[in-house]
Design a protein around this ligand. Structure first.
Ligand SMILES: NC(=O)c1ccc[n+]([C@@H]2O[C@H](COP(=O)([O-])OP(=O)(O)OC[C@H]3O[C@@H](n4cnc5c(N)ncnc54)[C@H](O)[C@@H]3O)[C@@H](O)[C@H]2O)c1
Length: 360
């Protein structure tokens, strides 16, 4: 099989934590080119990969004929222009979430990728948690019955430390809603369906973080109605003191349906809590081993920290979709749909009213 050359644009935190170890699992794939605006960050990644090509300008990377696919892991505001240029040069694209600063730009990314006929994927990494996949399977089997309520709670303690580009709206778009709740909005749409309307509040309680201005939200809550009449309550905060700042802090999803209730917690990667209509309470439900890795992934689930290693399956899915010439499991469409909900939540906060979620 011919070698697939991947370029990574933005070689900071998530590239080192996730994209490089994920690509290392993929057969016949080379991290061929690296790009970061910061030469020191670029050098760190170069030493870890031995990539042949490295640049501080992404424009030099997307035009190269020897680059077949790009991973975009820059601050959010750069995603659309890089992705659109990459698509126009025929590169397959895995782009970090949130796809863009607004749904119009996210839709442009999707349209360009479709026009170019390239594979496109949104890095909604938590979709690769084994328990999340099993939950989706149970719903598909009819175990939930009619969905009544979706509930999610993401609580972290980030204190008032400086978040860099993440606390500057023109670079990040939003704060907590784009950074953390976007994943849980995606779960909601994946497990329950499209959101029809919502009322939301985004709140900034830390206008100064470690001496630097913050014009983004650090708390968000959404009350939602899905097109299938199910209701949703979504909350996420960076200011839940004592809850820890990591993937080990509280990340809870609950679904109540006419037949059953299921709970999912990222911290319990291979277990759900389940209860049946009229039953005596929720009980643990083990995730069967066939769900422990993504289909087609060579990952050994007993190697490494299971709360980290499921994320590596994301790169495997991207590469396998390219090889198999099929759509990626979590295409840009998912990123666009989540962005529409985020745009509606921002608008609802501004007008103080319920808002219909736009279909553009
Ligand atoms: N999927 C997930 O679970 C997950 C987790 C963390 C971050 N993310 C997303 O990944 C993206 C990056 O986040 P991060 O935590 O790695 O941030 P980071 O700040 O650690 O890394 C971003 C990198 O982009 C570089 N950069 C800035 N401008 C650039 C340019 N013009 N050209 C090339 N490189 C440029 C910066 O120098 C930096 O090294 C964001 O979109 C974020 O939302 C996703």
């Amino acid at each position: 099989m011919s070698i697939l050359n991947v370029a990574i644009i933005g070689t900071g935190g998530i590239t080192l934590q996730n994209h490089l170890p994920g690509l290392a699992l993929c057969r016949d794939v080379r991290v061929h080119a690296l790009c970061d605006a910061n030469p020191a960050t670029l050098e760190t990644a170069r030493q870890q990969t031995g990539a042949a090509i490295y640049a501080t300008s992404w424009q030099d990377i997307v035009i190269r004929d020897d680059v077949h696919a790009v991973i975009i892991a820059t601050p959010n505001f750069l995603h659309p222009e890089i992705a659109i240029a990459a698509a126009q040069h025929g590169k397959h694209i895995l782009c970090e979430k949130p796809l863009a600063l607004n749904a119009t730009d996210a839709q442009r990314m999707l349209d360009e990728a479709e026009r170019a006929g390239v594979r496109h994927m949104t890095a909604f990494t938590y979709r690769f948690v084994p328990a999340m996949r099993y939950l989706s399977h149970l719903i598909d089997q009819g175990e939930l019955g009619t969905p009544y309520h979706y509930r999610c709670l993401r609580l972290q303690d980030w204190g008032t430390r400086n978040l860099g580009w993440r606390q500057v709206r023109k670079f990040a778009g939003t704060g907590e809603i784009g950074d953390m709740l976007s994943h849980r909005i995606n779960f909601a749409q994946y497990l329950v369906g499209p959101v029809r309307r919502l009322v939301a509040n985004l709140k900034n309680r830390t206008p100064v973080r470690d001496g630097a201005p913050n014009d983004t939200d650090d708390w968000v809550a959404i009350l939602a109605e899905f097109t299938n009449q199910a209701t949703g309550v979504l909350e996420s905060s960076k200011l839940a003191s004592g809850h820890n700042e990591s993937w080990r802090s509280l990340d809870h999803v609950e679904l109540n349906g006419s037949a059953a209730t299921f709970q999912f917690t990222t911290g319990k990667w291979n277990e759900l809590q389940a209860g049946r209509l009229g039953g005596s309470g929720l009980k643990p439900l083990s995730v069967p081993p066939e769900f422990w890795v993504w289909p087609g992934s060579p990952r050994d689930p007993s190697v490494g920290d299971p709360l980290v290693s499921f994320r590596y399956d994301q790169a495997v899915e991207f590469i396998n979709a390219i090889r198999e010439q099929r759509p990626c499991a979590i295409p840009f469409n998912d990123g666009v749909a989540a962005q529409r909900v985020m745009d509606a939540a921002v608008k609802s906060t501004e007008v103080g009213q319920w808002v219909e979620v736009s279909n553009l």
